[in-house]
Design a protein around this ligand. Structure first.
Ligand SMILES: C[S@@+](CC[C@H](N)C(=O)[O-])C[C@H]1O[C@@H](n2cnc3c(N)ncnc32)[C@H](O)[C@@H]1O
Length: 312
């Protein structure tokens, strides 16, 4: 299995071969050399976000099936349809939630993103994403008039007015400094109604980074279903000292230089077995946590955080 995480990225490769580019020159390189745009290293650099998002927005409209933030639509509708999407960027999902009758608020520090989102939401669903009708039919979703508000705001400092049933933050959390994550988590918690849901959708967030992220949500008062079992598993795996990466929730040994090349297969087999030895106890902990999660989900008060860890 190929583990993207341990291969030098194209941009890392370019850095080895070429003088370091400034963010502005990296953005310019995208147009001339087709180097994919990179998010700014400094997340407070609003101009850099504008340039990055402007480059991203040039992509052709995707198929509705490929818009990841839309996969929560049944849950958002079931929970009442009042949705806040902080750090929306140029995700087309929020405008489509409004086309499903949701009352949507998007916020972002980037003026470009906010103008783009407002213009997008004025279009019909069929113009926002390809295959919209087939998508709604296949998922038994019924288009209906909703509402859409786009605000330029820093979600770690400000929140939109009103109360929300669901907050969806996609790939706009784990890169923040730990104290800023804690502020953001409190910000989201403060705008959710009792028993509301926060979804934090992440890409390749593992190990200690994951613990930091979850700590910020727990600190803000969220309940994270199954979190204690996950953390126990993570701690056990980390304590082995075996180099591994989680792929689809399971520890895998990446091909690297952690073992002598001629002993790689044997060492990897031995260590994979050690990593696998925690699985049964982990699954038992997951099962044991279900009643408490069910109780908290049904108590009408607890605000729930769902953290999704996709491995890319
Ligand atoms: C990696 S992009 C993800 C965008 C979008 N959610 C998606 O999944 O395509 C991160 C986004 O968060 C925004 N952002 C970063 N820090 C922010 C903050 N403190 N407040 C509001 N938006 C922020 C950036 O402008 C950018 O649009």
């Amino acid at each position: 299995m190929r583990l993207e995480r341990f291969r030098p990225s194209h941009s890392a490769y370019c850095r080895l071969r070429a003088p370091r580019l400034t963010q502005r020159r990296r953005d310019a390189a995208y147009h001339h050399d087709n180097v994919p745009p990179q998010p700014p290293q400094d997340w407070t650099d609003v101009d850099a976000w504008d340039r990055y998002l402007r480059a991203q927005a040039r992509a052709a409209a995707p198929r509705a099936d490929d818009i990841l933030s839309l996969r929560f639509a049944p849950m958002v509708l079931r929970e009442g349809g009042r949705l806040w999407v902080p750090g929306c960027g140029v995700d087309r999902g929020p405008a489509l939630y409004a086309a499903l009758g949701c009352r949507v608020t998007v916020t972002d520090v980037s003026p470009f993103a906010i103008g783009w989102q407002a213009a997008l939401a004025a279009q019909p669903g069929t113009r926002i994403a390809r295959g919209w009708k087939a998508f709604t039919d296949a998922n038994q979703l019924v288009p209906a008039p909703g509402s859409f508000v786009a605000l330029r705001q820093d979600f770690t400092q400000e929140q939109p007015d009103g109360e929300f049933d669901v907050v969806i933050n996609c790939r706009a959390f784990s890169q923040l400094a730990p104290d800023v994550q804690r502020r953001a988590a409190r910000s989201f918690e403060g705008r959710l109604r009792p028993a509301g849901h926060l979804i934090v959708d992440t890409l390749n967030v593992q190990g200690d980074e994951r613990t930091t992220l979850e700590d910020s949500l727990l600190d803000a008062g969220f309940f994270i279903p199954g979190q204690e079992a996950e953390r126990w598993y993570r701690d056990q795996l980390a304590a082995t000292g075996i180099v591994h990466a989680m792929v689809l929730g399971r520890p895998m040994i990446p091909r690297g230089d952690q073992y002598p090349p001629d002993e790689f297969a044997a060492c990897a087999r031995r260590d994979q077995a050690i990593l696998a030895s925690f699985r049964a106890a982990y699954e038992a902990r997951v099962d044991a946590a279900v009643p408490e999660a069910q109780r908290r989900l049904a108590d009408g008060v607890t605000k729930i955080a769902h953290v999704l860890y996709a491995t890319g």
